[in-house]
Ligand binder design. Structure first.
Ligand SMILES: *[C@@H]1O[C@H](CO)[C@@H](O)[C@H](O)[C@H]1NC(C)=O
Ligand SMILES: *[C@@H]1O[C@H](CO)[C@@H](O)[C@H](O)[C@H]1NC(C)=O
Ligand SMILES: *[C@@H]1O[C@H](CO)[C@@H](O)[C@H](O)[C@H]1NC(C)=O
Length: 642
């Protein structure tokens, strides 16, 4: 009897260990696991910036339903500032006063661009139409609360009890919850709310309940992750989404300088999260994803447990086809600037990493090549169903230079060492990361400097200067009193350039700067902890100095390779050439066996085809070798007898 009970208990334990979330959640809620494969869909940002209107959105949705839904693209997402009036003076920058809010301080769609929203209907009709097409509806939202609501000091709606939210016998308002000191660094019209207060949580609840009432199935929350980390808001929103009757996919954006250690605190609360700044159609942006994707794969974060299902590192939308430009107030007007090879590289990497696939081009104007690229069955199958996805560091390459005297070789694992630069790069990471420790105050001479000791280069120290202000402005004095023990850090004594945790413009994936003109705000305030970490007042992350050649998104050299396995035992192997010259890339089948922990009966037992060309390739002397175009890739499917 006892033994039987024990074995049942044991099997429950084992079972839940093997299937950490899916089976249990289905048993409990009777619903399907959320984001069980990487979500797929269309997003308006790359082709419309923020100026999309109802007609253009529904036209695109209709094309998604007709042409892309059969390939699993099911979410259609309105990107940012749908509540902002598109009039003179309004912009995607720090324009305050152009947003439509309801009497409870909640954003509502711009009635000119979204006519069906009139009369307090919000996105109800749009969502209904999207659902009728067989699709799911998503919206982008900013962190916290708008400056406009705080300026108007709107009351907070208590959605649980109805009416105004009351605490300690007093009605709470926007100024009680808005934290003016933590405005989003790159979009000042929005600030964090105090999630520690009941009123702050009530305000956020009033937002998400409203979105659910509209019929929203997907929320992309911006300016809470990466440099703009606000894990409290992420976790609070996740909890609020769990309260809702409808399943809502929870997505975070952007993820400038995100690392697995930074993400660890929030991955289980979301379904997808960006791991870089914005990806646009430049080679530098595409290439900036290789190292960070490798790190998240190695940390086993691809398909980890997430909110009501799974979570996925997100490499950002696919800016292919007919696009607009970043930061403009203009709709689609130009073609993608990536070469065909670069586009294939992007699609192949996004597939091998199992990134969510959100197409960004205007579908009313999609060309056959782009359509073929984003609907390639093999790539989509890899994206949804492959396993063991990881970088395969054992490839070697020979640059195929015509001037034969300059043939040289390198190895992907050793690219770091060959990339010689003395420049060290700033980074942000979780304060518990050992790599964040090493800051100390140096009182050498007259100077009061904040220094970093490089562990990898003995006796090498980099210093910043503490800013001393001679100003007697009362505003500044008040600010400094409020931030006792915190300070600004200057790049050089004579320059008015300060270390800035998040700069005032949205970063692209390949940008990596942490310096701005000095000004008094939370992104420039730092504090030295006893354990030698340097804490940012803005994000709660800590500064680290990394070798530019290890973690910097600026490294776009050498070759890379990724491996994954398929549902029928097949092996996927991708070669990427990040150089601007053709290269012959080779992999040893023996290394592949070791990486996958499999043994083949002999290298002659493998057959191999390349996906993009459809050609079959022989394996000679246990080596798979092929020429890869500049910025291009090859993707092999190997079937080997084990
Ligand atoms: C936005 O435009 C609408 C009319 O199109 C107007 O009623 C509303 O007051 C405007 N809102 C703001 C914040 O300018
Ligand atoms: C220290 O750093 C400087 C500049 O980055 C470099 O020139 C020098 O070689 C380094 N010294 C050591 C010991 O690594
Ligand atoms: C490749 O190998 C698989 C499995 O071993 C086999 O089913 C298939 O027929 C082979 N294809 C070719 C073209 O040899």
């Amino acid at each position: 009897m006892r033994a039987a009970l024990l074995s049942i208990l044991l099997s429950i334990l084992l079972f839940s260990d093997l299937f950490p979330f899916s089976e249990l959640s289905e048993a409990r809620t009777g619903t399907r696991e959320l984001a069980s494969t990487p979500p797929r869909g269309w997003n308006s940002y790359d082709s419309f910036s923020w100026v999309i209107d109802e007609q253009a959105f529904l036209n695109n949705a209709a094309i998604v339903a007709k042409k892309l839904l059969p390939y699993g693209y099911e979410y259609v997402v309105v990107d940012y500032l749908w509540y902002r009036n598109n009039t003179e003076g309004a912009s995607n920058q720090d324009a305050i006063g152009f947003d439509n809010i309801d009497r409870w301080g909640r954003p509502i769609p711009d009635p000119e661009r979204w006519p069906s929203s009139e009369g307090g209907r919000g996105f109800k009709e749009v969502a209904q139409k999207v659902h009728d097409m067989g699709l799911k509806f998503g919206i982008h939202v900013m962190r916290g609360i708008s400056a406009q609501a705080v300026n108007a000091n709107t009351p907070i709606l208590d959605v649980l009890k109805g009416g105004a939210y009351v605490e300690d016998g007093r009605r709470k308002h926007a100024v009680d919850v808005g934290m003016t000191d933590t405005s989003c660094a790159w979009l000042k019209g929005f600030m964090s709310v105090n999630t520690d207060s009941g009123a702050g949580e009530a305000f956020l609840r009033s937002l998400y309940h409203q979105y659910a009432e509209w019929g929203v199935d997907f929320v992309k929350l911006d300016c809470v992750f990466g440099d703009d980390m606000s894990s409290r808001e992420i976790i609070t929103v996740s909890k609020l989404l769990k309260e809702l009757d409808r399943p809502v996919v929870f997505s975070l954006s952007p993820g400038s300088h995100a690392s697995p250690s930074m993400a660890a605190a929030i991955v289980n609360y979301v379904n997808m999260y960006r791991v870089t700044g914005d990806d646009w159609d430049t080679w530098e942006d595409v290439a900036a994803h290789f190292d960070v994707a490798r790190d998240f794969a190695a940390a086993k974060m691809i398909g980890a447990q997430g909110l009501n299902g799974r979570s996925w590192p997100d490499l950002d939308m696919l800016p292919l086809g007919w696009l607009t430009d970043p930061g403009v107030r203009q709709g689609p007007h130009r073609k993608c600037k990536l070469t065909q090879d670069e586009q294939k590289t992007q699609m192949t990497l996004w597939a091998m990493v199992k990134s969510p696939l959100m197409f960004g081009g205007d579908l009313r104007n999609i060309d056959r090549t782009t359509f073929g690229l984003i609907t390639n069955r093999k790539l989509l199958d890899i994206n949804s169903h492959s396993e063991n996805n990881m970088e395969f560091p054992h490839v070697t390459a020979r640059k195929n230079i015509r001037r034969a005297s300059r043939v040289y070789t390198w190895n992907a694992a050793r690219v770091e060492k060959l990339y010689t630069s003395n420049n060290d790069g700033m980074g942000l990471t979780s304060c518990s990361n050992e790599n964040a420790k090493g800051w100390f105050i140096s009182h050498e001479g007259e100077k009061n400097q904040m220094c970093w000791e490089h562990r990898l280069k003995s006796n090498n120290i980099s210093c910043l200067y503490k800013r001393r202000s001679m100003s007697t402005l009362s505003e500044e004095i008040a600010y400094k009193q409020e931030h006792q023990g915190k300070f600004q850090l200057l790049l050089a004594e004579t320059k008015d350039t300060c270390l800035d945790a998040s700069v005032n413009r949205k970063r692209t994936a390949s940008e990596n700067t942490f310096l701005s003109t000095c000004k008094w705000n939370a992104n420039q305030m730092w504090e030295l902890n006893d354990d030698g970490t340097l804490l940012s007042s803005y994000s709660g992350l800590c500064a680290t100095v990394e070798r530019k050649n290890s973690n910097s998104p600026n490294v776009i050299h050498g070759v890379r390779s990724w491996v994954a396995t398929g549902r029928r035992g097949e092996i996927y192997l991708a070669f990427f050439n990040l150089e601007s010259e053709r290269a012959r890339i080779s992999a040893d089948i023996g290394d592949l066996e070791k990486s996958l922990g499999r043994r083949f009966t002999g290298t002659g037992s493998c057959n191999c085809s390349e996906v993009w060309t459809g050609t079959h390739l022989g394996i000679v002397d246990g080596t798979l070798s092929t020429l890869v175009e500049p910025h291009g890739c090859s993707l092999f499917v190997l079937n080997c007898e084990s």
